[in-house]
Design a protein around this ligand. Structure first.
Ligand SMILES: Nc1ncnc2c1ncn2[C@@H]1O[C@H](COP(=O)(O)OP(=O)(O)O)[C@@H](O)[C@H]1O
Ligand SMILES: CC(=O)N[C@@H](CCC(=O)OP(=O)(O)O)C(=O)O
Length: 266
């Protein structure tokens, strides 16, 4: 099968018109597909309103018990169910899932190495059999950032990591493309200049741009996950603006394409 994994960022989800525009594009996107979402901005806002202050380290959330409750309600509840309802209205038979549903993503609580991230899960296993089954039955999984450890504990996992893990697991048997859609035109040299897109990025360029702090915060997990996906057999990885998803799918120039480092070619 040819499968597209499409991840939508919190900055798009947070604006109802932008989300609607994206979902109508997504609904028309050809072939088998999976939608992955987080909603970090909304979780921070809801948390703050409840007195649970957000704390991020390199784009990843420190997740204590109260934070876990908030992110579960926001990602696996509010956002996931709204997206599913909107897709149903577009005649797409979407099914909302967190990692515990159908044991689709099992993770393990991140061990403390310098930083204690709390209830953050590192992905261990993806139930590709169930995903194959759903896709073959024309169901469209909408997967959020909550995973589980199969011992009853929910865990918070970066949504970019979810997208990458789904892509790499499915790439063992299928041809998989991975699209990270967010609110900027791609990886930018100057974050404030939408025209400063870096069209192609490899690990050498990435290392240099991180040293210079051109790439920081949420872009770090996105790129770490993008390189990992390519290394593990994903066909094509793209980062760009949600409304340019179609251009990317048609191979037209837009956004940033992630390239395997030259050493991998030999
Ligand atoms: N070089 C860069 N180009 C574009 N965005 C960058 C760059 N470095 C850091 N960022 C930040 O990364 C953010 C995207 O990460 P994140 O907020 O996790 O994305 P998402 O919208 O997918 O949730 C951007 O909004 C931007 O603030
Ligand atoms: C562990 C961790 O960082 N989890 C993320 C999950 C949500 C997410 O990734 O949302 P975006 O895609 O909107 O950034 C978080 O709670 O922010």
């Amino acid at each position: 099968m040819k499968i597209s994994i499409i991840k939508i960022g919190g900055n798009v989800i947070d604006f109802p018109e932008k989300l609607d525009e994206f979902l109508s594009l997504f609904a028309k996107f050809p072939g088998h597909k999976i939608l992955v979402h987080g909603g970090g901005i909304m979780a921070s806002r809801f948390g703050e309103s409840l007195g649970v202050m957000p704390e991020m380290v390199d784009g990843r959330r420190i997740t204590d018990q109260e934070t876990l409750d908030v992110v579960t309600m926001v990602y696996a509840g509010l956002i996931n169910k709204n997206i599913v309802a909107k897709l149903q209205a577009l005649k797409v038979n979407a099914i909302g899932m967190c990692g515990a549903d159908g044991n689709i993503i099992r993770s393990i609580k991140r061990p403390v190495k310098g930083i204690d991230y709390g209830f953050v899960g590192d992905i261990q296993e993806v139930n590709t059999k169930l995903i194959d089954h759903l896709l073959s039955g024309d169901l469209l999984p909408v997967v959020n950032a909550i995973t589980h450890d199969a011992k009853g504990q929910l865990l918070n996992t970066n949504a970019d990591s979810i997208a990458s893990a789904l892509a790499t697991s499915l790439a063992k048997e299928h041809q998989v493309n991975l699209y990270f859609c967010f609110n900027k035109s791609g990886v930018l040299i100057d974050e404030k200049n939408e025209n400063s897109i870096i069209p192609l990025i490899n690990e050498d360029i990435y290392a240099e741009l991180r040293r210079e702090n051109v790439i920081h915060s949420g872009m770090i997990p996105k790129l770490d996950n993008a390189f990992e996906a390519l290394e593990k057999g994903v066909n094509h990885v793209w980062i760009g603006k949600a409304e340019n998803l179609y251009l990317a799918a048609k191979g037209k120039l837009s956004g940033t394409t992630i390239e395997r480092s030259r050493y991998d070619l030999y």
